[in-house]
Design a binder for this molecule. Structure first.
Ligand SMILES: [Zn+2]
Length: 107
């Protein structure tokens, strides 16, 4: 009986302030009203403008992450190409040295 009563009583001074009418503003202009512990929110994408819900392909790149990724990829390709050339030439040199040594041994 006591536990049943306790279930309905909230412990004091441990719960944050609750705002039943928090305004959520999206970058697309949509405004939502939700219950939250903060008074207002500003978001970058919502169900009104997300490609998954709209069905339209749209590039959402607010912080230039796609550009950063492509730049990093091109840099990585350049590095790998330069190392590839190096290793190939090194292998050729090593092979030539081996052959030369073999020839010396045969003579
Ligand atoms: Zn939106």
């Amino acid at each position: 009986m006591l536990s049943r009563i306790n279930f309905f009583i909230m412990k004091k001074s441990i719960h944050p302030q609750y705002y039943p009418n928090t305004k959520v503003k999206c970058a697309c202009g949509a405004v939502y009203e939700i219950g939250s512990t903060v008074e207002s929110m500003e978001i970058e994408i919502c169900s009104n403008c997300h490609p998954f819900y709209t069905g339209k392909q749209k590039l959402v790149d607010t912080s230039g992450r796609v550009d950063q990724f492509t730049a990093r990829m091109s840099r990585a390709q350049q590095v790998s190409q330069s190392t590839k050339h190096k290793s190939k030439s090194d292998k050729k040199k090593a092979l030539q040295q081996k052959r030369a040594q073999k020839d010396d041994n045969n003579d």
